[in-house]
Ligand binder design. Structure first.
Ligand code: ADP
Ligand code: MG
Length: 701
């Protein structure tokens, strides 16, 4: 692999970015493009023709042979279908072409992607549409070089079938309402507000040779059984530890690949669990950041293989150690460059900040249910509400300084801001450190972290589009309320103050600065009336409600049918995931674990016979054999129970009942199989055990 001499030389070299467009496009075409990107005019075919041609020439110079519309169906992954630039001519040769029409629109068949019942109502034909807000790029995949066009994906009738469309719609909604609020507050120079996102991506790396021997990792992405390693994460020595050289090489290659693609991979470090790591980029607009996060996940998985690793993005690959999340750092930024969640030095008299802060607080409290549902997946059930970070209760961490201001607002006007000051470490040669006004809180699901909120419930394998379009929409909705009120105001200062006071009083219950992991918080939250929906199925079922239908249609983010489809897809996905996990477990139980245990018991029995013949009483062996034999019987029994549960769940008709059946019958049966299998693992001869152990997978690299 080539090592870069200078990062700035390779950054973005595979992106058809603004600098390139300015260089390669006629001035009027570039202008028209920028104006279309701002939403000021439509992208015309004649403009697209010129851009397509320039894109093609550039891509071919880079060695590209094909182009593709790159889109994000409801699988949560990305999809692409490649078309070569070739266009054969009658004389037996070919010319290389790429038209504006081909750039603007693609026509993949929509019938083989999840549609949540929309397919029955609508035609199979689907369209992809060029997303001009996210730049095109070329990607090298082995020797194959392709021009990628980021695209939205919809059905023949214009119904969104992807994750990007609602995200783009939600950004427009947020921008529109935020601009209204700013205008009402006297800022007339802002014409657009962008939601920004910096997603911190956690992942595991496991040696390929172990991965290949684990059917569960191969098919389900997580271990379905495995006794705990004698050593786990208790020494707290992995987090931020010195990187293993092989891991560092992997990270280096990922960085270079991402930098070329214009992804600003910035931070890398060891995470809490052994074999767990994190990568964070510099934030971007939420749409571009979402595309970049998809590229990041894809690049990590491909590059891991080149280093003999497999990259696990699952939320809980290993029981008993840290799971993986994707902290979504989110804020709003004006086209004049103001971060609306930046408190400044004296937040108490920063009216704009306080209004936007309070709007977010009200949005998160009022719509806690749909925010929780945006991260409801079977994989995330192993994190949220399973005594692991963060809990399923949505609450907000504000920190000392803002909580103080929040309390002042409740009694009328905020008059002061607590300051951080300076901190002396007690060593004269160390510099005094400017202290933040607030400590951090690692356990909060929705934490204010200086000049942005950090939504920590998002799962590591999830597309950020879902949680982000929900967050954008709920905030847009509250901002629209705020704008309605303030636009009518005759005395903006007094009325804003009243509005803030009202929000603070009504939503004080959502603020919680304490430890979110302790049992007392669950009790306290219940007293405060905050929902605690532990199961993703229950959470998904709350999606299609009159309140949410109204919310998403008011802001043109999802129509009623689109919202319903999304709920159906999530329910189906729950059942399908559990079905795969359960069947994988049955296979491992019957074809690997049970035979190993039987072989072991046979070995002990033979040894006992020889000892008896030799005149020695094999008492310990007898006890061991009995234990093995009992566990073998128990394992057979629980495997049978699991099989029956899966068969029944599979036959269940309606999506909600089916998901219920998997959760209520299949999951508990799997827990039982695991319990017995893990116990067997602790007594069966290591030579006979048919798969790598937790200790091997977590510690050997
Ligand atoms: P932490 O200390 O929690 O790791 P960092 O300061 O490293 O926080 O930032 C984490 C992520 O937050 C990074 O991706 C960063 O780019 C992003 N971030 C910073 N400011 C903003 C913002 N205004 N909007 C969105 N994301 C932001
Ligand atoms: Mg963080």
């Amino acid at each position: 692999m080539e090592t870069p001499k200078c990062t700035s030389e390779i950054f973005g070299i595979n992106v058809f970015n603004d600098a390139l467009m300015r260089e390669r496009l006629p001035k009027n075409i570039y202008k028209a493009f920028v104006s279309a990107r701002k939403g000021h005019q439509e992208m015309t075919l004649s403009v697209a023709d010129v851009i397509a041609n320039a894109m093609k020439d550039w891509a071919i110079e880079k060695g590209a042979t094909h182009y593709c519309h790159w889109f994000q169906p409801m699988t949560g992954l990305t999809a692409e279908k490649h078309d070569a630039f070739i266009n054969p001519t009658p004389d037996g040769k070919t010319i290389l072409e790429f038209s504006g029409k081909e750039l603007i629109k693609g026509e993949p068949d929509a019938s083989s992607f999840p549609s949540g019942g929309l397919r029955a109502t609508f035609e199979a034909r689907g369209y992809t549409a060029w997303d001009i807000t996210s730049p095109a790029f070329v990607r090298e995949n082995g020797k194959n070089i392709i021009l990628y066009i980021p695209s939205a994906f919809c059905s023949y009738t214009g119904v969104a079938l992807d994750k990007k469309t609602p995200l783009l719609r939600s950004m427009e909604a947020l921008s529109k309402q935020a601009v209204r609020v700013l205008k009402a507050l006297g800022n007339t120079s802002v014409s657009a507000v962008a939601a920004t996102l910096g997603p911190e991506q956690e992942y595991f790396l496991v040696d390929r040779k172990f991965f290949d021997k684990r059917l569960d990792l191969l098919l389900a992405g997580r271990t379905l059984c495995g006794a705990p390693s004698p050593r786990g994460q208790e020494m707290e020595d992995h987090y931020f530890g010195s990187l293993h050289e092989r891991v560092a090489n992997f990270m280096n290659e990922v960085n270079v690949e991402l930098w070329k693609l214009g992804v600003s991979a910035k931070t890398q470090h060891n995470e809490v669990s052994p074999a767990q790591y994190e990568l964070a980029p510099v934030f971007a607009t939420v749409n571009v950041a979402t595309d970049h996060n998809q590229l990041t996940m894809d690049a990590m998985q491909k590059i891991a293989l080149r280093h003999g690793f497999v990259c696990l993005l699952h939320e809980k690959p290993f029981a008993g150690v840290n799971g993986s999340g994707k902290h979504n750092n989110w804020s709003m930024c004006t086209d004049t460059g103001i971060n609306l969640l930046d408190p400044g030095n004296t937040p108490h008299d920063n009216m704009v900040f306080l209004v936007f802060l309070c709007a977010v607080i009200r949005a998160v409290d009022k719509y806690a249910g749909i925010l929780r549902a945006s991260v409801a997946t079977p994989a995330n059930d192993h994190r949220l509400g399973a005594n692991e970070a963060p809990p399923a209760i949505v609450s907000i961490f504000l920190g000392e300084q803002l909580t103080d201001i929040f309390e002042q607002l409740a009694s009328g006007k905020a008059k002061s801001s607590k300051q951080g000051g300076e901190m002396k470490v007690g060593v004269t040669t160390l510099p005094p450190l400017p202290k933040d006004s607030t400590d951090r809180n690692r356990t909060s699901p929705f934490a204010f972290t200086g000049n942005k909120f950090e939504f920590r419930m998002v799962g590591s394998s999830q597309s950020t589009a879902g949680p982000m379009f929900v967050l954008n929409t709920i905030v847009a909705d509250i901002l629209s309320e705020v704008a309605d009120e303030l636009e009518k105001s005759k005395n903006i200062n007094a009325d804003t103050q009243k509005l803030l006071q009202r929000i603070v009083k009504e939503h004080a219950r959502i603020i919680y600065n304490g430890d979110n992991y302790v049992e007392e918080w669950a009790k306290e939250a219940e007293k405060r009336g905050l929902p605690n929906v532990r199961s993703s199925v229950d959470s998904i079922l709350t999606i299609y409600s009159p309140e949410h239908i109204k919310l998403f249609s008011k802001h043109n983010v999802l129509s009623k049918v689109e919202l319903h489809a999304r709920m159906e897809i999530l329910l189906e996905n729950y059942a399908k995931t559990l079905n795969i996990e359960a069947k994988t477990m049955l296979q491992m139980g019957r074809r690997q674990i049970l035979p190993a245990a039987i072989a072991f018991a046979g070995k002990v029995a033979c040894a006992m016979n020889s000892m008896t013949t030799a005149g020695v009483k094999p008492e310990a062996q007898k006890a061991l054999l009995k234990k093995a034999n009992d566990l073998i019987a128990e394992l057979s029994e629980v495997l049978n129970v699991l099989q029956v549960a899966v068969a029944k769940a599979k036959e269940t008709d309606k999506a909600d009942k089916k998901a219920d059946a998997y959760r209520d019958k299949v999951v508990p049966a799997m827990v039982e199989v695991r319990r017995v299998a893990d116990e067997l693992e602790t007594i069966v001869d290591a030579e006979l055990w048919p798969m790598p152990t937790y200790a091997q997978m977590l510690f050997i690299r």
